[in-house]
Design a protein. Sequence first.
Length: 385
Amino acid sequence: MTFPAIDRRGTYAVKWEERSVKFGSEDLLPLWVADMDLASPLCVQEALIARAKHPIYGYTVYPDAYYEAIISWMERRFGWQVEREWIIPAHGVVPSIHFSIEALTQPGDGVLIQTPIYPPFIASVHKHRRKFLENRLLYHEGRVTIDFEDFEAKAKEAKLFLLCSPHNPVGRAWDREELQEMIRICRQHHVLIVSDEIHSDLVYDKRHQVMASLAPERTIVLNAPSKTFNIAGLNTSFAIIPDRRIRKAYYQEQRSTGLSSGNPFGIEALIAAYRFAGPWLDEIKVHLNNNIQYVNECIVQHKLAIIPAKTEATFLVWLDCRGLGYDDKALQDFFIKEAKLGLNSGSDFGEAGSGFMRLNIGTSREVIEAAMTRLLDACRRRGLL
């Protein structure tokens, strides 16, 4: 199966429509926002078209098929048996992070986060007036690991740990042993865990381990089909919470916001994707992994002073650009003005991301080849090759 890039201009796509806002120019390839320029599975398209043919789009309940699709997917893909009562439908993983913080902590409580990290993690802690506890990930020649000594020191002050698994932006799919060590520390210091697993379907050479399958008594799992099947705009996600006490606290907080009814199109897309799009997912993972390998090989072949992190999951490549010798502002200017590429600046992911850039490879091979050509040409003009 081939995966051509789809022209998204004129569809209000953030990645394309906000180029001038984000980068001050529309004359660049946007490779930033974490969605793909690739078509969603045909079964999802057909489900949405069929639903659109009914002329009423009113308030919608979550049907049995919604819960059954999630339960079946978790069992087939991850070997995790989920009870229906554990599932709480939601409108997005980011809102659910906010609900979790508000439900399980008090102002001033410590929230532990591993940086560099997806920006809403840090923002959510400050928004709710909690204490931000930073566990900086260790980076050495493309390999990202956890500083467990620092993790435990910070856990002593924490009430909640926000985990990103797989990790955005560094692309790690945490090993079972790493997860177990984080759990051991959290148990010892009575820290609850909120695990954002939205990229869990996009793991390449290993099987994703669901955090709540290892620590059901203290974990909220947040997930969605949005990254996997490129349907983020349908605002449909879910929390899975095995522990009754934690589930009640979370549910009450979410209900207090008024976000209760479902999006009829998001529901149909989730059901169709989890029922029928498994083979499509297996094929697109090959495509995405090939794009990752192409970027890596291109960098090595041309001896660029850039080191890509080993990408075990996601369609995001974390580029260590410190060898280019630029500060963050100059690095951004180089990519935007010289290479004509719109990437995420590593500094957006916290101080630990300084000197890095995040590249979204969720597009066609042709676009990735064009992007690398632009980067190589810009390096030649600057005398960096």
